[in-house]
Design a protein around this ligand. Structure first.
Ligand code: S3P
Length: 439
């Protein structure tokens, strides 16, 4: 699907959103589950696996490197691990599709293999910065060639002896942290990563679950090479980032009430919840529990009038993927919402600050864009045409705008929604959206 065009038409609705929804499995955890299960000794069963194009591309990459991965049912994978040194050279290039997580984590992991490998991606991924992983990995002894500007495709040269590193990340990035830790599994001595602000710790938690000794606290992780990964089962919770669209939609459509079940509530992911609550949102957590070692809860969201806020800068890394949805909440809010310290949004699947600012302006909302954020002046959304720039989260966010606009919102280039949220349009229409696909 990715690459092909798909136009969505989102029509204003007169009725509230209602229902109980289960959104698909967490993308970050699904990528990591395939990777660690592939490198483990024994067979791991993954449940709740995200059937998105990104995570399927990661599974395909390991199949290409000789790992048997069965799919006994949708959202299930049985991975027959080959051990830390059991991967084989792939035939041809490994295609990571649209997935920055897939490419950056694989770069770390492949840096220590005995074979060479070329990682390629789609048009969006081919514009994303890879120096942030290449530099620390090179300091560990890796040999990786990129295109001009540090862009993909990447040629990762095998048979390099890696040594541990004590590295302080210049930007808060779970992908860079994870790439270094995965290379560290193969390195001589200790690898330590320190972050300017704590980011999602799924790699650390999952390494521990697969039996690798690792010490970690928020903002720091330390491990040593030379152990083994032991197969374990992984039960993937629902993706908070996918739930986020419904949290915003129900907040802004009068009379709405939605229940989102068993949503992953890792505190490094739920910054949007805090931001929305500061804006006046009515979101309750119920049935708090644990799934696969992660906190989960049902989220009950009811419509509430929102007011503009200054988004606390310390929340930015904990809601890094949720800014497109936050921009829609801000547009619907009373007053101004100020975002700062979010320059990383410029190097996501698209330049999200530019894409959201341009899209909101096309719907009649005033936005002042800055290098690291924007001020969104809440107001009345009109109809109009949006270019999603092939970015799944931009497309889904503007489908929410369509619910409350005074006219129809057309969103171009939506095929990439399948990278993270297959079935979004059907699930959304099931609770009251009026979203039509135009091929
Ligand atoms: C991810 C980390 C974040 C996030 C991405 C998934 C991960 O990227 O935006 O969607 O799974 O580690 P950065 O590491 O670039 O911040």
């Amino acid at each position: 699907m990715s690459g092909s065009n798909l136009l969505w038409v989102s029509t204003p609705i007169a009725t509230p959103l209602r229902g109980t929804l289960r959104v698909p499995g967490d993308k970050s955890i699904s990528h990591r589950a395939i990777m660690l299960a592939a490198l483990a000794e024994g067979t791991s069963h993954i449940r709740g696996f995200l059937e998105g194009e990104d995570t399927r591309a990661t599974a395909r990459a390991f199949a290409q490197m000789g790992v048997r991965i069965d799919s006994p049912a949708p959202s299930e994978r049985v991975v027959h691990g080959v051990g830390l040194h059991g991967l084989r050279a792939p035939q041809g290039d490994v295609d990571c599709g649209n997935a920055g997580t897939g490419m950056r984590l694989l770069t770390g992991l492949l840096a220590a293999q005995a074979f060479d490998c070329t990682l390629v991606g789609d048009a969006s991924l081919s514009k994303r910065p890879m120096r942030r992983v290449i530099e620390p990995l090179a300091r560990m002894g890796a040999h990786i060639d990129a295109q001009e500007g540090g862009l993909p495709p990447l040629r990762v040269h095998g048979a390099q002896a890696l040594r541990g590193i004590d590295y302080t990340l210049p930007v808060a990035s779970a992908q860079v942290k994870s790439a270094i830790l995965l290379a560290g599994l193969y390195a001589e001595g200790e690898t330590r990563v320190t972050e300017p602000h704590p980011t999602r710790d799924y790699t650390e938690r999952m390494l521990s679950a697969f039996g690798w000794p690792i010490e970690f606290t928020p903002g720091r992780a330390t491990l040593r090479g030379g152990h083994r990964l032991v197969a374990t089962d992984v039960d993937v919770p629902a993706d908070f980032s996918s739930a986020a669209f419904f949290l915003v939609a129900a907040s802004v459509v009068p009379g709405s009430e939605l229940r989102l079940t068993r949503v992953g509530m890792n505190p490094r992911r739920t910054g949007l919840l805090q931001a929305l609550r500061l804006m006046g949102a009515d979101i309750r957590e119920e049935n708090a529990g644990e799934q696969g070692g992660e906190p989960v809860a049902d989220l009950l969201v009811r419509h509430a009038p929102l007011r503009g806020i200054e988004v606390p800068v310390e929340l930015v890394p904990d809601m890094i993927d949720e800014f497109p949805a936050l921009f829609i909440a801000a547009a619907a809010a009373n007053g101004d919402t100020i975002v700062r310290g979010a320059a990383e949004l410029r190097v996501k699947e698209s330049d999200r600050l530019a894409a959201m600012s341009a899209g909101l302006r096309a719907l009649g909302i005033a936005v002042d864009e800055t290098p690291d954020g924007a001020t969104i002046h809440g107001g009345r959304l009109g109809g109009g045409s949006i270019d999603s720039r092939g970015d799944h989260r931009i497309a889904m966010s503007f489908s929410i705008a369509g619910l409350i606009a005074t006219g129809v919102v057309q969103i171009d280039d939506c095929a990439n929604v399948a990278t993270s949220f297959p079935g979004f349009a059907d699930l959304a229409n099931g609770c009251g959206f009026a979203l039509t696909n135009v091929a």
